[in-house]
Design a protein around this ligand. Structure first.
Ligand SMILES: *Cc1c(COP(=O)(O)O)cnc(C)c1O
Length: 415
């Protein structure tokens, strides 16, 4: 693979990653990551970094986080053997059930973790951005739980497209602010949330939703989501006595996947696969497969892979799943791809829809469209590794996708 040849020190970087020395002191994962932000944001990020260093791994913070995960989020989430799917695909398929977490996906692990950190750092209010609304709902729930006022910026176009999630956030006591500037979707909403944060970085905490953005967010989000892989690893060992041959997850910004992968990166025998949104095809604007089709560049404060045109303009993206529809990817994924430790592939809209159908019919689980990309990759792996064992991170449940499913899979049937 040509990408790993691009980094001559790949073996060294993998060793550093496994030793826990990445991100480095400058917030870098090899050449990726860092902090590409306006001067005005630097003090706020430095304060956050200091807070993360002081509290994140302190035993009292970890105890508080663990208690919320157990009593409120519903952890540990189940590990499910997919018996009928395994029979159909010819390999043993195990599912890590993040769809069973409170609010229906992995995003709540990060939201409650950062909200607890914010409270510890003395913040009086939370700001966040949301695109499809899933991160906004997780934030709204976490803030209600902790009694923290919450403001979520959301593009005006997204508010129309995702009206049920706007209602959910408002019922949870969150103020949803429409963003009518810029592209009126996620990118403009991120700019507005950052502007709000900079105006008062001591009282306000900016709760970022994926393993992206300037240092220390990619690290912070990975550490909070790593519970997924830690649980899954010990559940697999308890259930089967060994590690899986392969581990697979879908990649949008990259948080459920980093959370699932982290505990397995040192296990050289475990093949790790990330699945991006292949959309309608390989053309610019037809997909959201950043590692597969992107080039290095800066977006939202970090140097990473990025979907851009010849002039370096960020590309519009397309995916049937709103949660994967993002032109960037977290810097740690860019490194994992460049050193060849994780292999990235794509699943098209159609393949993801087939994944929804397969899991629903075989196992009685309606997966999120995002997670269905991982299922499609799992089918491909299973069919080429008969008798093997694959662990799939099922990042969320599909109830939120009913209107899309109505127009696609159920297209010929009336509601
Ligand atoms: C948001 C979301 C994703 C994509 O985000 P990551 O940060 O890449 O995990 C994947 N699955 C579900 C269910 C989501 O809600």
């Amino acid at each position: 693979m040509t990408l790993s040849a691009a980094l001559p020190d790949a073996a060294q970087l993998l060793a550093e990653l496994i030793a826990g020395r990445l991100p480095d002191a400058r917030g870098r994962f090899g050449p990726f990551g860092g902090r590409y932000v306006p001067e005005t944001l630097i003090p706020a990020l430095e304060r956050l970094e200091q807070g993360v260093r002081e509290h994140l791994h302190a035993s009292d913070f970890q105890a508080e986080f663990a208690a919320q995960l157990t009593s409120w989020v519903g952890r540990p989430t189940a590990l499910t053997f997919a018996a009928r799917l395994s029979e159909r695909w010819g390999a043993r398929v195990w599912l890590k059930r993040e769809d069973l977490a409170h609010t229906g996906a992995h995003k709540i692990n990060n939201a409650i973790g950062q909200a607890l950190l914010a409270r510890r750092l003395g913040a009086r209010r939370i700001v966040a951005e949301t695109g499809a609304g899933q991160h906004g709902v997780a934030c709204a729930a976490a803030c209600a739980r902790l009694g923290l006022p919450c403001t979520v910026y959301m593009g005006a176009i997204d508010m129309e497209r995702q009206a049920p999630n706007v209602g959910r956030m408002r019922l949870l006591g969150t103020e949803v602010v429409p963003v009518t500037s810029g592209d009126r979707t996620l990118r403009a909403a991120i700019d507005e949330a950052m502007r709000d944060w900079v105006a008062d970085p001591t009282d306000t905490y900016y709760l970022l939703g994926s393993a992206v953005g300037p240092h220390p967010y990619p690290y912070l989000v990975r550490e909070l989501q790593a519970v997924i892989g830690r649980e899954a690893r010990s559940q697999m060992l308890a259930a089967t006595g060994r590690l899986p041959d392969a581990l697979i997850a879908c990649v949008g910004g990259g948080s459920n996947s980093m959370g699932a992968f982290h505990a397995f990166v040192a296990d050289a025998a475990v093949e790790i696969i990330g699945v991006e949104a292949g959309g309608r095809g390989a053309g610019l604007g037809e997909n959201a497969a950043t590692v597969a089709f992107g080039r290095p560049g800066v977006l939202h404060g970090a140097y990473s892979m990025l979907l851009q045109n010849e002039d370096g303009q960020i590309q519009e993206t397309h995916s049937v799943s709103a949660g994967l529809d993002y032109p960037g990817v977290g810097p740690e994924h860019a490194l994992l791809a460049a050193i060849g430790r994780v292999h990235y592939q794509t699943a098209s809209d159609e393949e993801a829809l087939a994944g929804v159908r397969a899991l629903s019919e075989c196992e009685g689980i309606l997966p999120a469209l995002e997670s269905a990309h991982a299922l499609s990759g799992a089918e491909r792996w299973a069919r080429s590794h008969p008798g093997g064992t694959i662990l799939v991170c099922l990042s969320g449940r599909g109830d939120k996708d009913m209107s899309t499913l109505q127009q696609t899979l159920l297209g010929s049937q009336s509601a």
